[in-house]
Write a protein that binds this ligand. Structure first.
Ligand code: PAF
Length: 284
């Protein structure tokens, strides 16, 4: 696997590979890689002739500096994991490589309100930072396909919008959430759970499964959201939101027949670790 830290070197390398006819699958990450990331890399390898992964803890998407500092950084194990799945190229740039003209700038396009509900309401500015860094990384890598996980449903929806608005010729491939055997969605943040919180964290997925059943049986959205909040509200756990939304607009959902795609999304603190998860309730 080729490890590069300089944007210029990566671009030179990729230019020559594209001229030789390679197709590029790109997996942007912030490191602390787990099976969810590796599934994206495997997919990128199987659908392209060259896989590129970036590891960059993007400061502009953290709205609390404590969260940025606490974000796990594990370069050694990350490189081993990427080698084990046969990833071809990894970019590990510095902040100044990504933002040579400074970090201010925000989202390159209007996010059409997709950044407002759910995560956006609790993490102001988060998605502007995500859109900013993904756009910059796409500018650098110019991949044919971009791979993201469904676990960050709202993020994937916003990046889909970004691609449409910028007209970049990149195909977005969203991979289903990879879960632990007990249902907990894989996340870099799981590393920071206490043993007790880890043991009880599958309650998030169990709640999502309950929501799906209740929604498809015709219970009202408001009632389901309230009961789900109560179910998550256990000692040491503090739910921030449970929302059932249209899978495209991310606006509050009504009955199943009124939408093509419906998704339930939630965020819940387990101790001082903030977890998110979602489940598609309906998809035509
Ligand atoms: O999902 C993530 O890990 C990050 O938000 C991303 C897409 C790599 C941008 O920093």
């Amino acid at each position: 696997m080729l490890l590069l830290k300089q944007v210029e070197s990566l671009q030179r390398f990729l230019r020559s590979r594209k001229e030789a006819g390679d197709t590029i699958g790109f997996v942007p990450t912030m490191g602390a890689l787990h099976e969810g990331h590796l599934a994206l890399v495997r997919k990128a390898r199987s659908e392209n002739t060259l896989s590129v992964c970036s590891i960059f803890v993007n400061p502009t998407q953290f709205n609390e500096s404590g969260d940025l500092d606490a974000y796990p950084r594990l370069p050694g194990p990350d490189l081993e994991a990427l080698t084990s799945v046969g990833n071809d190229v990894v970019l590990m740039p510095s902040v100044s490589e990504i933002y040579p003209n400074g970090k201010s700038g925000g989202a390159p396009v209007d996010l059409a309100g997709l950044d407002q509900p759910m995560e956006g309401a609790f993490r102001p500015g988060h998605f502007a930072g995500v859109a900013q860094v993904v756009d910059r990384l796409l500018d650098i890598v110019q991949p044919h396909r971009l791979y993201m996980g469904q676990k960050d449903y709202q993020q994937a929806a916003i990046i889909g919008h970004l691609l449409r608005e910028t007209g970049r010729p990149v195909e977005l491939r969203v991979h289903p959430t990879i879960r632990e055997a007990d249902g907990l969605a894989m996340s870099s943040r799981n590393l920071r759970l206490t043993p007790d919180h880890r043991e009880r964290a599958p309650s998030l997925y169990q709640t999502l499964q309950w929501i799906k059943e209740a929604y498809l049986q015709g219970e009202s959205v408001a009632q389901i959201e309230q009961v789900a909040m109560d179910r998550l509200d256990q000692p040491g756990f503090r739910p921030e939101y449970v929302q059932i939304v249209d899978g495209v607009t991310l606006q509050p959902a009504r009955t199943p027949d009124q939408h093509e795609v419906v998704v339930a999304c939630l965020a819940c603190w387990a101790g001082d670790v903030r977890l998110i998860d979602n489940l598609i309730l309906k998809d035509n």
